[in-house]
Unconditional design. Structure first.
Length: 285
């Protein structure tokens, strides 16, 4: 899998030169490969949301460069426009951005802006609707008549319909009930499994990161604190705790067992892995 997105010494400062000056991201160097599923995690104010707005040129870096497929996305208006189609960004509470008369028209908004013909727009709308579990009847409804979870699906479908190479989701489960959260997570997982699109999930939940990602980037104080596989990240639980982050519940249980003198691997974060550890302790594996 080749490199698709690269950040090189990226920093961003809000209100530069004013009394309200604040550096939101500082000297970030990251590379994302095609087909990756990466979780970016960190407490509120760590710089996560500001960081991902650089991925498709919504924010130009104060210093540093961002590349998609080897091209500096901020070098011209044309490359910035291309970046916004190549890297689709779903904001927190994206349902607040719905505005068209029907669900179909809302999903079609992005593809139409790409200059595609009606046949291609319709194909993309139907494919995106199917991907997020929206049926044909719902496509004719007003988006404002839908439930919160359905609105969230419509908003995500509007980005998927542009068929971006990179899909960035900023806290896509925020404000949903437990069932709604699980449904959105399952939808995202299925979409990745089917299309192998590079997905970058911004979340404050270690549980979600553990379930979904093959790589986790931990942000703290505007910088990258940790970057690695889930096992590598959760093995650094002391570092995570000091930065105000929790580890998955499964890992917490194993850490407590370790503290009580049991020989267990505290980088484990799945139920299956924990079961294997406990069975080994009992001498059955």
């Amino acid at each position: 899998m080749g490199e698709i997105l690269k950040l090189e010494n990226v920093s961003y400062t809000y209100g530069a030169g004013t009394p309200f000056e604040k550096t939101a991201v500082k000297d970030i160097n990251l590379t994302f490969n095609s087909g990756d599923f990466v979780a970016i995690i960190g407490h509120t104010g760590s710089g996560k949301s500001t960081l991902v707005q650089h991925f498709n040129a919504l924010l130009p870096p104060t210093s540093g460069k961002v590349y998609i497929n080897g091209e500096d996305i901020n070098q011209s208006p044309a490359t910035r426009r291309a970046a916004r189609f190549a890297c689709g960004l779903v904001f927190q509470y994206p349902e607040y951005q719905l505005f068209e008369e029907t669900v179909f028209l809302d999903i079609a908004y992005g593809p139409k802006n790409m200059g595609l013909d009606e046949i291609e727009v319709k194909r993309r709308v139907l494919n995106a609707a199917e991907a997020v579990g929206i049926d044909a009847l719902t496509l004719e409804k007003s988006p404002f008549d839908l439930s919160g979870g359905q609105k969230r699906r419509v908003a995500i479908a509007g980005i998927i319909a542009m068929e971006p190479e990179i899909l960035v989701l900023d806290e896509p489960m925020a404000g949903l009930d437990p069932q709604g959260r699980e449904e959105i997570l399952e939808m995202i997982r299925n979409y990745h499994d089917k299309h192998k699109t590079t997905i970058i999930l911004v979340t404050h939940s270690m549980e979600d990161a553990a379930k979904m990602a093959n790589r986790i980037v931990v942000m703290c104080d505007s910088q990258v604190l940790l970057d690695g596989t889930p096992s590598e990240i959760f093995a650094r639980h002391e570092v995570l705790t000091k930065s105000g982050l929790d580890v998955p519940q499964i890992t917490s249980v194993l850490i407590e067992l370790k503290n009580r003198g049991y020989d267990v691997d505290t980088s484990v974060y799945t139920i299956e892995g924990a079961k294997e550890q406990l069975m080994r302790l009992r001498g059955k594996v």
